[in-house]
Write a protein of this length. Structure first.
Length: 433
């Protein structure tokens, strides 16, 4: 296990007795403050957090010092790989209560390899300067918001926060272990009878270093620019002329440097005594930038582990957003599964189409969409397509708004027609799927 580089040692190591005295003094100060504080409550509460953090840091240092004093180094020296170095190499650890400085033994490698700090190894402390709790805290925040926002929330709660670059490294470090960790997990106990797999893809914007360098490049002085008036219209035209024609993007390239992340949600449903399917049970979420094939392979392995192998006679339903690439990768791995077009995507597209015919928020728009939704949930996808085809044929080719309506109708028909077999919602509702 590699630990961070050895830091400077000190001649006088801390003892449990001295650190215990610091903790008692911090506690006495805390009690005295509570008894004598005359400030308004909001100021009292704010100052109380600071004093609690001081006491917490003292107690953590007491724990680390006590573990250092009773640590047995013999298991680390038995094989002769290491030889003793300094007895007290200091380190600063950033904990939930702030920075804590402690000391530990330092063992040097005899063969030229990495040296170790046995106390860090025993306690599970990595070479990162963050404590395990802080690492999981910032990593959880970063799954819900940006690194900068995670830093702001962390500072609001803990009164301090790691740098955004540190948060990013924590997330990436934990992410590397996610796939192996999930692979070695045992199948969940008391699983259900029907397996449901929901798959979707999102494309968060990214940018390469070359693209970032271009965006952050030095701007030309105003007097050197070819646009003299400075208005937006002519400034953009002058910029395009100076830049020249853009290189045509290849098929699949994204204008915003986007990279798709495939998200898989897997859970089971169980038949109850009331005849209904209850759940979700043992819900798992998996996301990867490795592509749709990698997501499909994970889903296949996880489903097999949970007792729904390729030849299972139990029901497996896979819900997709309609992307051809998703079904193309999942279908060979789940030959007996029911592939379903996510009804939410269908309804959203009906609302988008309705906006071309009726005003936003109007009763006419709601009634128009609800009428078509009745066909969707009744499993009458073919009748829905026929009605939309009739609307397309009867739509005028000229006039205000007709072009947008015809394009919207053509787009929706192109989406629904190849996926009619995935829209048997009436049948699946009847079978309580």
């Amino acid at each position: 296990m590699k630990i961070q580089r050895k830091q400077s040692s000190v001649a006088c190591p801390a003892t449990s007795a001295s650190v215990r005295g610091d903790a008692k003094a911090a506690f006495a100060d805390l009690v005295q403050f509570c008894q004598t504080c005359e400030a308004p409550f909001w100021q009292f509460e704010k100052q109380l957090l600071v004093r609690i953090a001081v006491l917490g840091a003292c107690l953590i240092r007491l724990f680390l010092t006590a573990r250092y004093e009773r640590l047995d180094l013999q298991p680390f020296l038995e094989d002769g790989k290491y030889r003793p170095g300094d007895d007290y190499a200091e380190r600063t650890l950033k904990t939930v209560y702030g920075e804590v400085t402690y000391g530990r033994h330092y063992l040097m490698s005899r063969g030229g390899g990495s040296s170790v700090f046995p106390l860090d190894v025993v306690l599970g402390l990595t070479r990162d300067r963050l404590s395990p709790w802080v690492m999981q805290w910032v990593a959880r925040l970063a799954t819900r918001m940006s690194f900068k926002a995670s830093q702001m929330v962390c500072k609001a709660v803990l009164q301090w926060a790691p740098a955004t670059e540190t948060i990013e490294q924590v997330v990436l470090g934990m992410g590397r272990e996610a796939a192996p960790f999930m692979k070695q997990l045992q199948a969940p106990a008391k699983d259900g009878d029907v397996l449901v797999i929901e798959v979707d893809g999102k494309c968060p914007p990214t940018a390469s270093e070359a693209e970032l360098a271009k965006r952050r490049g030095k701007r030309r002085p105003k007097h050197e620019k070819s646009c003299t008036c400075g208005c937006q219209r002519h400034r953009g035209k002058a910029k395009r002329q100076a830049r020249g024609s853009k290189k045509r993007r290849k098929k699949g390239d994204k204008s915003k440097n986007g990279k798709e992340v495939s998200v898989v949600v897997m859970y089971t449903l169980k038949h109850g005594e009331d005849g209904k399917l209850h759940g979700p049970i043992n819900k798992k979420l998996y996301a990867t930038f490795a592509g749709r094939k990698a997501a499909a392979l994970w889903a296949r392995a996880e489903a097999t582990k949970r007792g729904f192998g390729p030849d299972t006679t139990k029901t497996v339903q896979i819900v997709l957003d309609g992307a051809k690439g998703l079904k193309h990768n999942f279908e060979p791995l789940f030959p007996k599964a029911i592939f379903t077009l996510d009804v939410c995507h269908v309804v959203e597209k009906l609302w988008a189409l309705g906006h071309h015919f009726h005003a936003e928020g109007s009763a006419e728009l709601k009634a128009w969409v609800e009428d078509l939704k009745t066909l969707v949930y009744a499993g009458q996808a073919k009748e829905l397509v026929e009605r939309l085809e009739k609307m397309f044929r009867e739509a005028p080719k000229n006039g205000p708004g007709t072009k947008g309506r015809r394009q919207a109708l053509a787009s929706l028909l192109g989406y629904l027609q190849p996926r009619l077999e995935m829209m048997r919602y009436g049948e699946w509702i009847e079978r309580i799927w």
